[in-house]
Design a protein around this ligand. Structure first.
Ligand SMILES: *Cc1c(COP(=O)(O)O)cnc(C)c1O
Length: 399
C-alpha cells in the first residue's frame, strides 16, 4: 500500500526518505530490489489486458519495474515534477529527451558551457539525423534570443556551469522559451533538487546524471528525466520503452537509497566547498577562484535567488600555467586525480588537458579554460585535511 498521497505536502527530507515505497505483503522496512526481467499473469486474459493497456501493471522490466518506479517517483517528488523516468546513464537521459521530442529539421539552442559529451551527442549524433544545434554563451540572454529560429524546439543548459561556475537566469530563459514555443531543458546534475529546483522557476524538463550526487558514493552509472506527464510521460518514456536504455533495478535501488541522504550530503558538500573557496581566495599563488558562493562572484545574487546553497564543485587558477597546476595536483596525497564528481571522495582535475583537452587554443580561450585552471569537486572529508592536501602544492609555487 502506498501512503504517498499523505506525503505530497511534507518537507523535502521527509519525501526523500518516504516517497515511492509501496510496501509488499512481506512487511519489509527497507525498499526491496525487484530483480526480475519479466512478470507473470494470473491468466491468458490478464496477459492480454496488460498488453493492450486495458489493465495497468508490470509486463517486462524494459517497460516498468517496481524498484525503478520507486526511484522515479521519489526523484520526481523532490524536483516537483509530475513524472520521472530513469535511464541507464545521464547521456541516455539526454538522448531519450532529444529523440523522444525532436525530428529531422528541428533545431536546438544550447549553452556552450555544458558537459563535453553532450556537445558530441548534439553535434555528431543529432547532427547526423539533421537536427542542428547552435551554441551560445550561457549568460547572454540576447544571444539565446538571436539564435532561436522558427524550427527551434529545445533550449538546453546546465547551471552553474562547469568548471567556471557561470549562472543562467532560469526564469528569464524560461520566459524566452515560452514566448518562442520551445521547451527549456535544464541538466540539474550539479545542484540536484536539494539545492535548486528549475521546474519551480519555469523550466520544462530536468535531466540528471544520477551517477553523480544522486548516488553520491561513485558506485553506479544512471540517469533520469523529470517533467510533465504530457511530455515526459508520453514521448520521452515512449522512446525508452521501445529503444531500451532503461535503468537496472539494482542501480535504481542504490540511487533510491542515495536520495534519502541527498540534502544532508549536498549541504555538507556546499559547506566544505565554500570554506575551501574562501581559503583559496586568500592564497597569493591563486589568481582567481570560481564558486557561486563567494560574494566576489559576479552572479552571487542570482545564484542566491535560485539556489539554497552552492554545491560541491569549484575551480581556481594558479599563477604559472600548466606546470604549476600539475604541481599542485601531483602534490596531493589523498585527493583523487579523476574527472568524476559528486562523490564523498574529493576529486581534482586539470580541465585544459583532460575534459577540455580536445578543444583548440581558440576554443579554450572562448570557454575560459586557462592552463593554470584546476577543478576540485569537494567531497566530505574533513575540510582542514582537504586544505592541507592542496596547501602542499600551492605553497611551493612562485607568487
Ligand atoms: C556526468 C554528466 C553527464 C553524463 O552522465 P553519465 O551518467 O556519465 O552518462 C551529463 N551531464 C553532466 C552535467 C554531467 O556531469
Amino acid at each position: 500500500m502506498s501512503n504517498d498521497n499523505n506525503l505530497i505536502t511534507s518537507g523535502f527530507n521527509t519525501r526523500a526518505v518516504r516517497v515511492g515505497h509501496p510496501h509488499t505483503p512481506e512487511g519489509e522496512h527497507s525498499e526491496p530490489i525487484f530483480s526480475t526481467s519479466s512478470f507473470v499473469f494470473e491468466s491468458a486474459a490478464q496477459a492480454a489486458a496488460r498488453f493492450s493497456g486495458d489493465e495497468p501493471g508490470n509486463i517486462y522490466s524494459r517497460f516498468t519495474n517496481p524498484t525503478v518506479r520507486n526511484f522515479e517517483q521519489r526523484l520526481a517528488s523532490l524536483e516537483g515534477g509530475e513524472r520521472g523516468v530513469a535511464t541507464s546513464s545521464g547521456m541516455a537521459a539526454i538522448l531519450a529527451t532529444c529523440l523522444g521530442l525532436l525530428k529531422t529539421g528541428d533545431h536546438v539552442v544550447s549553452s556552450r558551457a555544458i558537459f563535453g559529451t553532450t556537445v558530441l551527442l548534439f553535434n555528431n549524433y543529432l547532427g547526423k539525423l539533421g537536427i542542428e544545434t547552435s551554441f551560445v554563451p550561457l549568460t547572454d540572454l540576447s544571444a539565446w534570443e538571436k539564435a532561436i529560429r522558427p524550427e527551434t524546439k529545445i533550449l538546453f543548459l546546465e547551471t552553474p556551469s562547469n568548471p567556471l561556475a557561470e549562472v543562467a537566469d532560469i526564469s528569464a530563459l524560461s520566459e524566452l522559451a515560452q514566448s518562442k514555443n520551445c521547451l527549456l531543458v535544464v541538466d540539474n546534475c550539479f545542484c540536484t533538487p536539494a539545492l535548486q529546483r528549475p521546474l519551480e522557476l519555469g523550466a520544462d524538463i530536468i535531466i540528471h546524471s544520477a551517477t553523480k550526487y544522486l548516488d553520491g558514493q561513485g558506485r553506479c552509472v544512471g540517469g533520469a528525466i523529470v517533467g510533465s506527464e504530457e511530455i515526459v510521460g508520453k514521448d520521452v518514456y515512449g522512446f525508452l520503452r521501445t529503444c531500451g536504455p532503461t535503468m537496472s533495478p539494482f542501480n535504481a535501488w542504490v540511487f533510491l537509497k542515495g536520495l534519502e541522504t541527498l540534502k544532508l550530503r549536498m549541504d555538507a558538500h556546499s559547506a566544505n566547498a565554500l570554506a575551501l573557496a574562501n581559503w583559496l581566495q586568500g592564497q597569493s599563488a591563486v589568481k582567481q577562484v570560481n564558486y557561486t558562493g563567494l560574494e566576489s562572484h559576479p552572479q552571487h545574487a542570482l545564484a542566491n535567488k535560485q539556489q539554497s546553497a552552492h554545491g560541491g564543485v569549484l575551480s581556481f587558477e594558479v599563477n604559472g600555467g600548466q606546470e604549476a597546476a600539475w604541481k599542485v595536483i601531483d602534490a596531493t596525497s589523498f585527493l583523487s586525480i579523476t574527472a568524476n564528481l559528486g562523490d564523498a571522495k574529493s576529486t581534482i582535475t586539470h580541465p585544459a588537458t583532460t575534459t577540455h583537452g580536445r578543444l583548440t587554443p581558440e576554443e579554450k580561450a572562448i570557454a575560459g579554460i586557462t592552463d593554470g585552471l584546476i577543478r576540485v569537486a569537494v567531497g566530505l572529508e574533513e575540510i582542514d585535511d582537504i586544505k592541507a592536501d592542496l596547501e602542499k602544492g600551492i605553497n611551493g609555487l612562485k607568487i
